[in-house]
Design a protein around this ligand. Sequence first.
Ligand code: HEM
Length: 347
Amino acid sequence: MESAIPTHLRTARTKDARTPKNYQPPYPSFVARHAPGVKRVVMAYFGIQYRDAPTQASRGALDWLASRFAGSNGPTHWDRAQYVDKARFTNVVSVAYWDDPKLFDAWFEAAREGWTGDVRTKDNAGFFIEVLRPAVESYETLFSSLGRPEGIAVLADDMSGEVQEHAYWGGMRDRIPLSQSDDLAPRDNPRIVRQGSRLQVVPQDNICMIRSGQDWTDTDDAERRMYLNDVEPVLRAGMDFLRDEGPAIGCFTNRYMRVLDAHGNATEKSYGQSWWHSLEALERWAESHPTHVRIFGAAMKYLSTLGPAAKLRLYHEVSVASAEEQFFEYLNCHEQTGLLNAVELVA
Ligand code: HEM
């Protein structure tokens, strides 16, 4: 059994972990291990939003973005997913990952101009960019099985062996290296300012972001039925709650996404992605909202019983980022998009 925090990021603890004494987790889980030389990563969300069917312009924008990703200094990995939001707009979100911020910086300005710049104002669609560049001390990952990394973990050098800090409330915080000495409390609130035709966010310290994924590709009939009939509807109710009532509990926005394949067809993978005022607000929702408490309990029971035979794959990545590590920009999006949903417009 290893710690989720790699040796080179271990520091003297001034904040207590919630790991129970002599704790043995009831089922195995694993975390991504970057090479020690990786100091910071970039997670960049590029969204396009339209009302009815995709137009030629929106298809063209997505192709253009894919060609930028494939170009010089582009991301090591990216994926694309889709959801229909509360205002009934379709949002297609392409998430790209780098583990060298210098490459991202060399790549980003031209991509930004082409995605949220004036060139897009005639496309009859909304565009947004949401970027985090957390230091490796400021985020954690968790996987219920090995063999198919997702998200930032695709860039990792390796996966860990079984880690100790999981399957109890507070495990997420205990896996974030910075939590050894910092309570990761939010400072201030984000605000929106107008920059020409774009809306930008003045960020807040210690905003929190989660991408929590589910993959039922490999499940056989019984497991698939169990997931799709018993778990997914409860997950969906939890995702709808965060989408509709999230701001009152510190969730700025939530997207329940379906991952798309290279041809734009739905796969058997989904993820919830949300932005939070604080890690603490996310913890409170996870451990108290009836939907998540129920799926957490069901998954614990099921993973403990099936162990490595379980074919449903679960993973997540959670980051807490300082103000300098964030970038948010929106062009022609409706007012319930992303951080626009819960944040005050000040100028
Ligand atoms: C089918 C979907 C899901 C299932 C079965 C599920 C189940 C679980 C389980 C078993 C854990 C404990 C993991 C461990 O430490 O070993 C967990 C943790 C957590 N989940 Fe989920 N979850 C699902 C979706 C989500 C989604 C979509 C979100 C939010 C967007 C979310 C938020 C969290 C958080 C924040 C924790 C960490 C709690 C803590 O350590 O304090 N989960 N979930």
